[in-house]
Design a protein around this ligand. Structure first.
Ligand SMILES: NC(=O)c1ccc[n+]([C@@H]2O[C@H](COP(=O)([O-])OP(=O)(O)OC[C@H]3O[C@@H](n4cnc5c(N)ncnc54)[C@H](OP(=O)(O)O)[C@@H]3O)[C@@H](O)[C@H]2O)c1
Length: 324
């Protein structure tokens, strides 16, 4: 620290204060350097070992929830291209059949479909368990998810209690129950991959998407605990935390660098299974994640709140003008 700056600090904060400031500055700079260095090592590791998982060797079948659209459909197609048979699970039988035909035409694999509505709670899982019995499932993609139709205050959500239950059943119960159904076979064979779709909203709190953000934080912690418990038993559990991807859920139609198409996103992310247990996946999302993690949490929350408040206002304005 130069002498003018240190005497100014001593004048304002008292004698000797400049020494404390210099030490604090050194610690902060070392912390930041270490964090950046760790991130660089992670990125290098992910390039060196990219694509090292052989999904076919993990098991001849993969199960993908929410697989008729968006990210789930892209996972189903990419895994099929790697020679894995696919079980597709979603609500609409017609859409399931369509995706099943597409996959069988594109890749030389078998598919099965299961019609299930994950908003329904526990009663539907016995049927899924029965339909999956006997299959050698090496990969499970817990993809199905539901978000808000627009950012909103918790108590302003229409029919909020029914909405909360649907949100928790789809985002939380499905991940827990599907893992409980599929993972025992993997543990028995001592190999398998469980890929859980969390979100950037499951990394730092996203006000005005409160229940979604809290559900995704569950998925993030659940995945990390599973990886720690079952990693030594041959299971790779990966938590995927996308920022925006151009899908129906995000309402982004035109893919861009920051909101890639589901297929671009999944191609990049699937390569990192077995390499990164928690990832934003695709490179531009990893960059956003690194920047976010270097910022103070209070700043991230404040900026997020401002962005979502503006989104809420413009959604409500559009809704009002449609009604007029
Ligand atoms: N898109 C993003 O920007 C983004 C960002 C962060 C995280 N994510 C996460 O990524 C995952 C996939 O998102 P996405 O954007 O690909 O979603 P999406 O385009 O809305 O697709 C959702 C899929 O889930 C199925 N689905 C919806 N509700 C269901 C239910 N109740 N029961 C069974 N299936 C149901 C849909 O098919 P049917 O309608 O035919 O049932 C569809 O196949 C979610 O977990 C989401 O939270 C997405």
């Amino acid at each position: 620290m130069n002498t003018m700056a240190s005497s100014m600090i001593n004048n304002v904060f008292g004698r000797g204060a400049s020494g404390y400031f210099a030490t604090f500055g050194l610690i902060a700079a070392s912390y930041l350097t270490l964090k950046i260095a760790l991130n660089v090592i992670k990125v290098l590791k992910s390039f060196v070992f990219a694509g090292s998982t052989n999904f076919k060797k993990l098991g001849s079948w993969a199960v993908v929830t929410g697989s008729t659209d968006g990210i789930g459909k892209a996972y189903a197609k990419e895994l099929a291209k790697k020679g894995v048979n696919i079980v597709l699970i979603s609500r609409s039988e017609a859409k399931l059949q369509e995706v099943s035909n597409e996959i069988e035409k594109e890749s030389n694999v078998q598919t099965r479909i299961i019609v299930a509505d994950f908003s329904k709670g526990l009663e539907m899982y016995d049927s899924i368990r029965n339909q999956l019995a006997g299959l050698e499932i090496g990969t499970l993609v817990n993809n199905v998810g539901m978000s808000y139709s627009f950012p909103n205050y918790l108590l302003d959500i229409p029919d909020r209690e029914e909405f909360f239950m649907r949100m928790i059943n789809i985002n939380v119960t499905s991940v827990t129950m599907m893992t409980s159904i599929v993972m025992p076979g993997m543990v028995e064979r001592r190999r398998g991959a469980v890929i859980n779709l969390s979100s950037a909203a499951g990394l730092s709190p996203s006000p005005l998407l409160t229940v979604y953000s809290a559900c995704k934080a569950y998925v993030t912690f659940f995945s990390q605990c599973i990886q720690t418990e079952y990693g030594p038993k041959g299971i790779n559990c990966q938590c995927v935390m996308p920022f925006f991807v151009a899908t129906k859920m995000s309402k982004i139609r035109k893919p861009s660098v920051y909101a890639p198409s589901p297929s671009t996103y999944v191609k990049a992310t699937l390569n990192s299974v077995g390499v990164s247990s928690v990832t934003h996946g695709y490179w531009a999302h990893r960059l956003q994640g690194t920047i976010t993690s270097l910022l103070p949490e209070v700043l991230v929350k404040t900026v997020t709140l401002r962005i979502f408040k503006n989104a809420r206002k413009s959604y409500l304005r559009k809704l009002a003008s449609k009604k007029e």
